[in-house]
Design a protein around this ligand. Structure first.
Ligand code: ATP
Ligand code: MG
Length: 357
C-alpha cells in the first residue's frame, strides 16, 4: 500500500474537486507526481483533519475519478491555505505534537519582516531596495534620498493599495495611484496629499525605493521565481517567469493587468544581456535568499520570489511570497515549469516520509 501525502486545500478548491474545477490548483500534476514518487496524494480542508482522530475524509484519485474516502491521517502535509488565526495555530500545534509534519505551515508574513530577515545577510543587501516602515519621518527621509518611491501595504495585497511617488527636476513630487478604475496623479511640494498623510499615519504600510526595472516594449517587468525544496530535501529553482506591466503602469501583478512571458522572450529585447548569465544570477540570488529566510521562519519549502532586474541585468528582490499560486507559469505557456512546481513538493513530501521526520 502506498503511503498518503496530505494536500491541505481551501474550501473553494475542495468543492470544485469532483467537477475538476480547482482554480489555481492542478491536482492532476500532484497525482502524476504521486506516481513518480510512489505516494498517494489526498486532498482535504483544514476542518477535515482533527487531533485525536485516526482518519481523514479526503478526496483520492481512483481510476480516473476523485472519490471522497476515509483515509489514515497523513503524516506529511503540504499546506496550500492561509492559516493565521490563533485557533488554527492551536490546532496545528496539536497535530504536530502527534508527529504530523506540515510544510509551508505558516505562509503569510509581513513584507517588512521578510525584508528584515534578508537584510541580515550581508551578501544579499545590494539586492534589496531600501525599505522602511512608512512613518511620517521615514517617508520624509526616503524622499530626501530617492527620486522614486513605492508605498505598499505591509500585508499582501495582490498589487492593491500601492502608491508611487516621483520627484521631478523642479523638486515637485507626484503621487500616482488607482482609485477603483480611475488613474490619479497629484502634484505636490510641501503640503502632503491626504492619501500620503493617511498611509504614513498607521503602521500598516512600507515605503521602498523604486527599482529601475528593465523594460519590454517600454513596459516594466519583473520575474516570479519558484524556489522549492526537492526530493533530496534541498532548495531548487523550479521555474522563472516574467510578468510585464500594462503600458504606463508600474505594477506587474496579473490582478493589475500584468501579462506573463518567458524570460527568454523578454531578454530578446535586451540583447546586451546574456540569458545564461542573467538566469544563473537570478537563481543564485533566489537560493541564497531562501536559505536566509529558512534560518528564521519555520519549515519553508515552497517560495515565490518577485525579482526585478535592472537594464544592466542586476537582480533585485522585490518581495517573497510564502504561498506561490504558480499560475504565472501556466499563463506564460511554461507548462513544464508549471508541472515542476507541483512535482517538487510531492518529491519533498516523499523525502520527509523517508527521513522519518
Ligand atoms: N521597489 C519596487 N521597485 C519597482 N517596482 C516595484 C517595487 N515594489 C513593487 N513593485 C511593483 O509592484 C508589484 C507589486 O509589489 P509586491 O510584489 O511587493 O506586492 P504584492 O504583489 O501586492 O504583494 P502580495 O504578493 O503579497 O500580494 C511588483 O510585482 C512590481 O511590479
Ligand atoms: Mg508580488
Amino acid at each position: 500500500m502506498r503511503r498518503y501525502i496530505g494536500i491541505m486545500v481551501g474550501n473553494g478548491v475542495f468543492k470544485g474537486i469532483p467537477a475538476g474545477r480547482t482554480s489555481f490548483e492542478n491536482l492532476s500534476f500532484y497525482d502524476e507526481a504521486g506516481e513518480k514518487y510512489e505516494v498517494t496524494p489526498c486532498y482535504f480542508r483544514f476542518e477535515d483533519i482533527n487531533p485525536g482522530e485516526e482518519m481523514v475524509e479526503a478526496y483520492v484519485k481512483r481510476g480516473g475519478a476523485y472519490l471522497l474516502q476515509s483515509v489514515p491521517k497523513p503524516v506529511v502535509i503540504h499546506n496550500r491555505i492561509f492559516t493565521g488565526k490563533r485557533s488554527e495555530r492551536r490546532k496545528i500545534r496539536k497535530l504536530k505534537e502527534e508527529g504530523i509534519v506540515f510544510f509551508n505551515e505558516n505562509n503569510r508574513y509581513k513584507k517588512f519582516r521578510i525584508n528584515d530577515i534578508l537584510a541580515k545577510e550581508h551578501k544579499l543587501r545590494p539586492h534589496l531596495p531600501q525599505t522602511m516602515m512608512a512613518s511620517e519621518d521615514n517617508v520624509k527621509m526616503m524622499m530626501e534620498m530617492h527620486r522614486e518611491l513605492i508605498l505598499k501595504p505591509n500585508n499582501g495585497s495582490l498589487g492593491s493599495g500601492i502608491v508611487k511617488l516621483t520627484r521631478d527636476d523642479e523638486k515637485q513630487w507626484e503621487i500616482t495611484y488607482r482609485d477603483k478604475k480611475t488613474l490619479i496623479k497629484e502634484r505636490f511640494s510641501s503640503g502632503w496629499p491626504p492619501l500620503l498623510k493617511q498611509l504614513s499615519s498607521r503602521n500598516l504600510v512600507i515605503i521602498q525605493e523604486m527599482i529601475p526595472l528593465a523594460r519590454s516594449k517600454g513596459r516594466v517587468f519583473d520575474l516570479r521565481v519558484s524556489v522549492q525544496k526537492n526530493e533530496k530535501g534541498e532548495w531548487q529553482v523550479s521555474g522563472i517567469v516574467g510578468k510585464v506591466a500594462k503600458k504606463d503602469w508600474f505594477l506587474t501583478n496579473a490582478a493589475r493587468g500584468g501579462r506573463c512571458h518567458t524570460l527568454t522572450e523578454l531578454l530578446k529585447e535586451l540583447p546586451h544581456l546574456q540569458e545564461k548569465k542573467v538566469t544563473a544570477e537570478i537563481e543564485m540570488l533566489s537560493l541564497s535568499a531562501a536559505r536566509q529566510l529558512e534560518k528564521s521562519l519555520p519549515h519553508l519549502a515552497d517560495l515565490g520570489f518577485d525579482i526585478g532586474i535592472t537594464n544592466e541585468g542586476f537582480p533585485m528582490i522585490i518581495e517573497c511570497n510564502c504561498r506561490e499560486l504558480r499560475y504565472s507559469f501556466r499563463n506564460a505557456g511554461l507548462d513544464e515549469e508549471w508541472k515542476q512546481t507541483h512535482f517538487t513538493p510531492i518529491g519533498y513530501a516523499r523525502f520527509l516520509l523517508d527521513s522519518g521526520r
